[in-house]
Ligand binder design. Structure first.
Ligand SMILES: Cc1cc2nc3c(=O)[nH]c(=O)nc-3n(C[C@H](O)[C@H](O)[C@H](O)COP(=O)(O)OP(=O)(O)OC[C@H]3O[C@@H](n4cnc5c(N)ncnc54)[C@H](O)[C@@H]3O)c2cc1C
Length: 480
């Protein structure tokens, strides 16, 4: 029996034969990312049903010297949840460990404002469980119907609520993790205060499955807002959009639950792909801002607050037009536009999403400079952008037609060059080349290029300490 066949037998012993997929047809849904851009062959896809089973699977893979790629909802945007396609011989294809069967809410404590869940719980299930006890889980994003909380933790997902609630890192109280040697670290504490040595959980948040498999998560919950209001603003410049943010922060403070900036090319893309979508107002505007306010006091007059702020912006000549959602359905319609972007972009050409963050005040300079640099070199590119503006996080996307893309000799090398041009503009303004999507299989080169030798050395030492044999997901310094 070959080593690969022996490992598959061992994996069947760990989780039961029906939960080990080995043929190309069966593994196909797990071996390519959702856009079909990245992927490679897997030796097997394993679907464990418990922490003990994950531990047994990881132990078996470690003993066989076979890499493990953890997979959540496979909604990641940098290809980190699928095999790297770096196999040398058959036996070098990794084992994908998909957590979808681990989908139990373990406990909700409304008094302590905590929720404990299996890592394979879909984000929306977490949100609903919090809602059912009159609480809110603070992270929301377009993929919430399919991404998993373990994937969110492993990418430190951001989304639209970071301004008010913080990113996933801010929600995590404790973790349960299967380490690369198969041991289980039980750090599933639900405490707000715990200064007992190094905060080990932080290592696994944003580690993209390179240091272990997250199997359980303890999360903090927030009071559920009882009043919500949303407005759609149109402005001429990014400076005007920032003026709106600044005024709203002064007037509404912590009530700002979302503040998203979209450029006209992005709105035209959504309108073209979703013909039923009607932009709330002023479709010719260069930029639109979707802002949402939330308060736990049911009688808070948030629409009145928005009206007041919009009036002041109009008086100051910083606003083209605005619409305040008159109903819950209209508020949902505003957000539908925002959440349709990923799908609309996917269908509209080959977009090279650059997930950049810069200091908020540098947003106009970044958009201007990166736009200029891309247009100067590739006049055929359309620049679409959407920004979690309050976080300084821009999804800056030079997009090429499918025809132009197919004509390229080496598309992967071309993509690297385009991204580097954009990333350099962000770096020059004190920014980062990956704000919330991670490194995955797209950006290891940029990590090596743009992080200092000391930072890389420290990261390598962390990896050496936890995964010396490099059997976990190679995304972060795993290939070295
Ligand atoms: C429409 C759409 C909108 C999106 N919007 C946002 C957004 O606003 N903000 C944002 O941050 N992201 C966004 N994303 C990206 C994506 O949804 C997030 O990165 C999400 O956190 C990934 O979760 P997942 O369960 O799908 O993880 P996967 O894609 O399955 O995995 C992502 C990484 O985490 C690792 N991983 C997964 N589960 C585990 C685990 N249990 N233990 C250890 N490692 C694990 C994988 O190996 C991989 O490296 C969006 C994606 C889509 C499709």
């Amino acid at each position: 029996m070959s080593d690969a066949a022996a490992l598959i037998v061992a994996l069947r012993d760990c989780v039961g034969a029906p939960h080990v997929l080995a043929g190309a047809d069966d593994t196909a849904p797990y071996t390519r990312d959702w856009r079909g851009r990245y992927g490679g062959e897997a030796l097997a896809v394993v679907l464990p049903g418990s922490t003990e089973e994950v531990s047994a699977v990881v132990r078996a893979c470690a003993a066989a010297g076979v890499r493990v790629v953890p997979q959540g909802g496979n909604t990641g945007l940098v290809g980190g949840a699928v095999p790297m396609g770096d196999r040398i011989a058959d036996d070098n294809a990794p084992v994908v460990v998909a957590l979808r069967r681990m989908n139990r809410i373990r406990d909700v404590d409304p008094l302590g404002n905590t929720l404990v869940a299996d890592a394979g719980c879909v984000l929306e299930t977490i949100q609903q469980a919090a809602d059912a006890c009159d609480r809110l889980y603070g992270v929301s994003l377009g993929a919430q119907g399919s991404c998993q909380i373990g994937g969110n933790v492993s990418t430190n997902a951001g989304g639209t609520g970071v301004l008010k609630y913080g990113s996933t890192r801010e929600q995590v109280l404790g973790l349960e993790v299967v380490l690369p040697d198969g041991r289980v670290w039980d750090g599933l504490r639900r405490l707000r205060k715990d200064n007992t040595g190094y905060a080990l959980k932080q290592l696994f948040i944003g580690a993209e499955g390179s240091l272990g498999i997250v199997t359980g998560v303890a999360l903090r919950l927030h009071p559920k807002p009882a009043a919500i209001a949303a407005a759609w603003l149109t402005v001429d410049t990014v400076h005007d959009a920032l003026a709106a943010l600044e005024l709203l922060q002064a007037m509404a403070g912590e009530r700002i639950a979302g503040c998203e900036l979209l450029n006209r090319a992005e709105l035209e893309t959504v309108a073209a792909q979703f013909p039923d979508v009607r932009l709330p107002t002023d479709p010719e505007a260069p930029y639109a801002v979707l802002v949402e306010l939330a308060d736990t006091w049911a009688r808070a007059d948030l629409s009145g607050l928005l009206e007041d702020a919009l009036g002041r912006l109009a008086e100051a000549g910083r606003l083209r037009d605005a619409a305040i959602a008159a109903s819950e359905a209209q508020r949902q319609a505003f957000w539908f536009i925002r959440h349709s972007i990923a799908e609309a972009n996917r269908k509209s050409g080959m977009g090279l999403a650059c997930d950049v963050a810069v200091p908020v005040r540098a947003l106009p300079a970044f958009i201007d400079r990166a736009g200029g640099a891309v247009r100067a070199r590739w006049p055929n590119a359309t620049i679409v952008l959407v920004a979690h503006m309050g976080d300084g996080n821009v999804h800056f996307i030079p997009r090429f037609s499918f025809e132009d893309w197919q004509a390229l000799e080496d598309p992967a090398a071309f993509a690297d060059i385009v991204r580097a041009v954009v990333h350099d503009e962000a770096a020059a303004l004190g920014g980062t080349f990956s704000a919330e999507h991670g490194i995955g299989r797209v950006l290891p080169g940029e990590l090596a290029r743009l992080r200092s030798p000391l930072e890389l050395e420290l990261m390598r030492r962390v990896r050496d300490a936890l995964d010396p044999a490099r059997t976990m997901n190679p995304v972060i310094l795993g290939a070295s």
